[in-house]
Design a protein around this ligand. Structure first.
Ligand code: HEC
Ligand code: HEC
Length: 220
């Protein structure tokens, strides 16, 4: 854990709404605008970032973190700590892409508050359209592939894709985005995971990658 994530974790513990980190996000009904019972500094930070969301982030990720286009990841219900870490990684250039420009002028408080903002929004999931494909995905996700040495995704990301403070929530994410990230991990274009996902993605066949991405999009 680096200094920033440690600071965020500490700040979230202090906030009376410690429930944020602890509750499985999929089950919690999100408050209308901002999470209840946050300390006054967090409340002020949340107010400030609402402006940033309205004028910038919402163009691609939607006001409620439910991006309309599947190339933009859904942020609703994502762990606040993970969102803040990704923003810090985009700012430092550890993770590369469109987001580098977006993260450039954000302060640590903004990153933390943007995480809380999007993390408190209710996540959506896709309906199952192709049961056979989703079934292959379920097998890979829940059990891995012992023949090729793929670890079960569930062992880290949770049986329902709920993630943890350190690991991203995957449930309900756009399949197109998930598949794209698996490709980036495989080609080592995304390297801010300490090579953990590279080892996994490099062993997935194209069918497995597609199937597991489709299955993930249906988890809630
Ligand atoms: C021009 C479109 C665009 C705008 C505006 C934008 N984003 Fe993004 N965002 C993206 C794309 C594209 C990705 C996926 C990056 C990749 O593929 O590497 C992304 C990824 C992210 C991620 C990582 C999500 C994950 O699951 O790993 C976070 C967090 C994020 N954006 C937050 C924000 C915030 C906060 C703002 C406003 C300050 C914002 N974005 C503005 C396009 C945008
Ligand atoms: C050993 C633990 C581990 C296992 C097993 C694992 N992952 Fe991951 N996953 C990670 C880590 C670590 C990250 C990166 C977190 C970060 O960027 O800070 C990650 C990130 C991801 C992301 C990026 C999410 C986003 O929002 O951008 C996707 C997609 C993903 N994993 C899919 C999978 C799939 C599919 C499997 C199973 C085939 C799997 N993972 C198995 C640890 C794991």
């Amino acid at each position: 854990m680096n200094a920033l994530t440690a600071a965020i974790a500490a700040a979230l513990m202090l906030a009376p709404s410690a429930a944020f980190g602890a509750e499985p996000k999929g089950k919690v009904a999100a408050p209308a605008s901002m999470p209840a019972a946050v300390d006054s500094k967090t409340a002020a930070d949340l107010k400030r970032v609402q402006q940033i969301v309205a004028t910038r982030c919402s163009l691609c990720h939607g006001v409620d973190g439910e991006s309309a286009s599947p190339v933009y990841p859904r942020l609703a219900g994502q762990h606040p700590e993970y969102i803040a870490k990704q923003l810090a990684d985009f700012q430092s250039g550890r993770r590369k892409g469109t987001m580098n420009d977006q993260a450039r002028d954000l302060g640590e408080d903004d990153m933390r508050a943007l995480g809380i903002y999007f993390g408190s929004k209710p996540p959506l999931a896709y309906p199952v359209r192709d049961e056979d494909l989703a079934g292959v995905g379920r097998y890979v996700y829940q059990k891995g592939n012992a023949f090729s040495g793929v670890a079960a995704c569930a062992s880290c990301h949770g049986p329902k894709g709920e993630g943890t403070v350190q690991l991203p929530r995957l449930a309900g994410q756009h399949a197109v985005y998930v598949e794209g990230q698996l490709k980036e991990f495989n080609k080592r274009e995304r390297t801010n995971d300490n090579a953990v996902m590279h080892a996994i993605a490099s062993k997935l066949t194209e069918l497995e990658s597609r199937a597991v991405s489709v299955y993930i999009s249906t988890l809630k």
